[in-house]
Design a binder for this molecule. Structure first.
Ligand SMILES: C[S@@+](CC[C@H](N)C(=O)[O-])C[C@H]1O[C@@H](n2cnc3c(N)ncnc32)[C@H](O)[C@@H]1O
Length: 354
């Protein structure tokens, strides 16, 4: 037992904080439910309404909706008028919580909390046994990732991400060969392929069936999709542009993936790597706006899916220092790091061989 004297004031302040943590975590879980059930979308279009009216507008069960509204009112998300028994989602909140608010819909991001919680038992076990939890244990991962990616990547590709690389938009217009590694549901590729019909896109990834279906729906003939292990690309000087969006830190063999990307780039080509912003040193992340969230998503997903394959387990917070070191080891000569105002969670690394 630690015999250190307890500062009573500090202890009480901490207890208060922890109660706040439990409340805010509950709000996050109920925010995810509000998104998935369409309740925020329904409420945004309604005047102050009763729980029955809201349930009917969203096509949901009134008893559940009323209990959810209790959490939303006490959590400060929804306003309640006890005289009329009506609930209202303020417009100032709706602009961060509805599908119409995309790409600013934070309810999409709140879904990570229950998604990560769904593997808590397996993670607790791994704290003793080691190893990891495989991708297959997260049935909603690809869906939530695609929603998140639509907001942080797709919505900003043309306006701000692609213009980060000098001359890239012009080259895409005239036609280049591009590869997106670890593309999830392929939304970024299909978007860029649609905007730049002269360029050709390959993706290498697991979720190709969704990506193919989407490309077919859009009538794209310049995007092709392949299931391939990113650690064994085996290509030589074949692409002018290679992208990875939120991929490298999850990899079982990240060094092999980066070396394969370096080999696959043509001379003069560029590798654009989006990855979590942060330092490799925890003490430098104290001011990180989403520090607890990024280490949590790492423990509960990014690090563990890599460890499940006997991999490196870099984790989401591998940090800029480690990223630069690994890029240099892979044979890249220049690395420029940029950030974009819409996406403070990520760094954009503009990487060239020389
Ligand atoms: C965090 S997700 C990012 C997905 C996508 N880039 C996006 O922004 O939506 C990481 C992706 O890497 C893929 N991945 C992991 N290991 C891989 C490997 N060895 N080869 C190819 N893809 C891999 C996963 O299936 C997953 O779709």
């Amino acid at each position: 037992m630690n015999t250190q004297e307890i500062n009573q004031e500090k202890a009480e302040a901490f207890a208060e904080r922890m109660l706040g943590v439990v409340n805010e975590a509950s709000v996050a879980l109920m925010t995810s439910v509000g998104h998935r059930t369409g309740l925020f979308d329904a409420m945004a279009g309604l005047a102050p309404s009763t729980s029955a009216q809201i349930a009917s507008a969203a096509g949901r069960n009134e008893r559940y909706v009323r209990e959810w509204l209790g959490a939303m009112v006490t959590g400060g998300i929804v306003e309640y008028d006890p005289e009329n028994g009506t609930y209202r989602l303020p417009a100032e909140h709706a602009v961060w919580l509805t599908r119409a608010a995309t790409p600013d819909n934070l309810a999409v991001t709140a879904q990570w909390i229950p998604l990560l919680g769904s593997v808590e038992d397996e993670i607790v076990e791994a704290f003793t046994k080691g190893g990891g939890v495989p991708y297959s244990a997260y049935p909603r991962f690809h869906q939530v990732m695609a929603e998140e990616s639509a907001q942080t990547v797709v919505a900003a590709l043309n306006g701000s991400i692609l213009p980060l690389v000098d001359g890239l938009v012009g080259r895409l217009e005239s036609g280049i060969d591009a590869l997106d590694v670890g593309s999830g549901s392929g939304r970024a590729v299909n978007f860029v392929a649609g905007v730049y019909p002269n360029s050709r896109y390959d993706i290498s990834e697991e979720g190709v069936s969704r990506a193919r279906a989407e490309a077919e729906k859009q009538g794209l003939t310049n995007a092709s999709f392949e299931v391939r292990d990113a650690a064994a690309l085996g290509e030589s000087e074949r692409y002018d542009l290679i992208t990875t969006f939120d991929v490298i830190h999850d990899q079982a063999r990240p060094a092999a993936v980066l070396a394969g990307i370096a080999a696959a780039l043509r001379p003069g080509g560029v590798y654009l790597m989006q990855d979590i912003a942060g330092s490799s040193h925890v003490e430098k992340n104290l001011e990180h706006p989403l520090g607890p969230f990024t280490y949590t998503i790492s423990t509960m997903h990014c690090m563990t899916v890599s460890l499940a394959q006997g991999g490196a387990g870099l984790g989401a917070m591998w940090g800029e220092e480690k990223a630069r070191e690994m890029l240099a080891d892979a044979g890249f000569g220049t690395v420029e790091v940029r950030q974009l105002p819409h996406d403070f969670i990520n760094n954009y690394y503009i990487v060239r061989k020389s």
